[in-house]
Ligand binder design. Structure first.
Ligand code: ZN
Length: 500
């Protein structure tokens, strides 16, 4: 068995306290000893003087469902050793015989093509266990479940279909999925009545797993959306994780405080509730998110048919404008598929409108029609002050929410964890280092039931990230996101040093 000693670093155990000097002995894939001990003579020694030694980081909210299967390094170079995928209602299973609806639904988030899909959680997790880069945990996506039983149909499903969803969810949780996720702003999940969600949350509670939710609104409906999720957790008795909590749109920024109060009150009442957030004021998703979701009845084909009908298109544009709580100048095009529209990447919709001589909403529907619905966006959402409150809040863990695009990805894909430790701990002092490390190690491990990871403790898996606290940071920007971080020195996963 190979033995490695990490010598003379400042050890952070993941529980939130400040670091203390010491050594770590790794034997095979586990941590054997911590602190002061006599190192075995045959051990390989890695000098960690002046460096912080922490548990490997856990990215508890990622959309790399397909890329974790590839030999990619974007997360490893940030110190990430485990990812939780299957978020916001999108999972790569359960797939039925016809794979097209599931791919149409998730490809914009997965950066996928026409060749993926697993029948079950077990099948997917077996493939993911072979990941060359990270350990993978997965939630079952509500949208994916719904598509498996009813395709892209919206609205209330019949009793047999709901029973089938309950059965598929139960089977996935029994097969190793760590919880259930909803994406209540994305069709078809957005059309589900509350009693359907309650039944699925009950299945999740019975299995003792986690329910994570991209809620119905992060805009003016934020507080109602938080209340709805709390009510669900209260009725179903499940552990609740609110995904990427924030108030989107300048008019809505004051609502965040109320949302946090609701969460704290629910916690006080005994509901097992917490939330996660990413360390950026901008978010990113698919451009169809700015449309009323009924236009996605029937999936992408349904969308294209409606956009091709002038009367339908006018109605879509009217409703989009009436409901929009971003400014057009806050929404940037981050990826398109066609060669001829590459010039749109990096432009916001006000700029695109000017360039095309069309109203912003028309520039948007034109682009969606030209790209067959496949457009990604980056959107400036929230205030620095609100970001500080969520990052530093005792109930938050910190995530990337990152995903790949064929264009210009959000910099969080390349920089989340080093940015947290450098910019927000060292430079701005928003969090203590031990606290920040807790929010990306032990805390997410417990929220998502990831066992024997997330701590530096004997018997735990030897997922370890060694970094220079004086140098750790991310230079990735919105304009130039694909830049590797600085200051991450060594990453070990299951006892094995990872290449950067
Ligand atoms: Zn989401």
């Amino acid at each position: 068995m190979e033995r490695i000693v990490l010598r003379g670093g400042v050890l952070f155990d993941g529980l939130g306290g400040e670091g203390a000097g010491g050594d770590v002995l790794i034997a095979g894939e586990r941590i054997a000893e911590i602190g002061r001990f006599t190192a075995p003579e045959d051990a390989r020694v890695i000098d960690c003087a002046g460096l912080a030694v922490a548990p490997g980081f856990i990215d508890a909210h990622s959309h790399s469902d397909l890329q974790v299967l590839e030999d990619r390094r974007e997360k490893t170079v940030q110190g990430v050793t485990t990812e939780v995928v299957g978020n916001c209602g999108f999972s790569a299973y359960p797939a039925g015989d016809d794979l097209k609806p599931l791919r149409d639904f998730a490809n914009g988030i997965f950066c996928g093509d026409e060749a993926w899909g697993w029948r079950s959680a077990g099948e997917y997790l077996r493939a993911a266990a072979g990941s060359p880069a990270v350990n993978v945990a997965s939630l079952v996506g509500h949208g994916s479940l719904r598509i498996a039983v009813a395709g892209n149909r919206l609205g209330r499903l019949n009793e047999r279909e709901v029973e089938r969803m309950e059965g598929l969810l139960d089977e996935a949780l029994a097969g190793g999925a760590c919880g259930f996720s909803t994406g209540l702003m994305y069709a078809p999940g957005s059309s589900a009545p509350l009693d359907e969600l309650e039944r699925l949350c009950r299945v999740t509670a019975r299995r003792g797993k986690t329910y994570a939710t991209h809620m119905r609104s992060y805009f003016s409906g934020l507080v109602d959306a938080v209340e709805e999720q709390i009510e669900l957790a209260r009725r179903a008795g499940c552990r609740l994780q609110i995904s990427h909590l924030q108030a989107v749109g300048a008019n809505n920024w004051p609502l965040q405080e109320r949302a946090l109060e609701k969460i704290e009150e629910a916690r006080g009442e005994g509901i097992d509730i917490a939330f996660d957030c990413y360390p950026y004021v901008a978010g990113s998703t698919v451009l169809t998110q700015a449309l009323p979701q009924w236009v996605l009845e029937g999936g992408i084909d349904g969308l294209l048919k409606r956009l091709a009908d002038p009367a339908e298109r006018a109605r879509i544009e009217r409703e989009t404008e009436a409901a929009l709580e971003w400014r057009w100048s806050d929404i940037y095009i981050s990826a398109v598929g066609s060669a001829r529209n590459q010039g749109a990447v990096g432009k916001n919709l006000a700029e695109l409108s000017e360039a095309r001589g069309r109203a912003p909403v028309e520039a948007m529907t034109d682009l969606l029609a030209e790209e067959r619905g496949a457009v990604n966006m980056l959107c400036f959402n929230q205030s620095e002050e609100n970001l500080r409150r969520t990052l530093a809040h005792p109930l938050s863990n910190i995530i990337s929410d990152g995903f790949y695009v064929r264009g210009r990805p959000h910099p969080r894909l390349h920089g989340t964890f080093p940015l947290l430790l450098g910019e927000f701990c060292r430079k701005r002092g928003w969090l203590r280092l031990g606290e920040a490390i807790n929010k990306i190690t032990d805390r997410p491990a417990r929220r998502f039931g990831i066992r024997e990871r997330g701590r530096l403790a004997p018997g735990y898996f030897a997922d370890v990230t060694v970094f220079d606290p004086a140098a750790v940071d991310s230079p990735a920007t919105y304009d130039s996101p694909e830049q590797p971080p600085t200051g991450i020195r060594y990453v070990l996963r299951n006892g094995r040093p990872q290449r950067g």
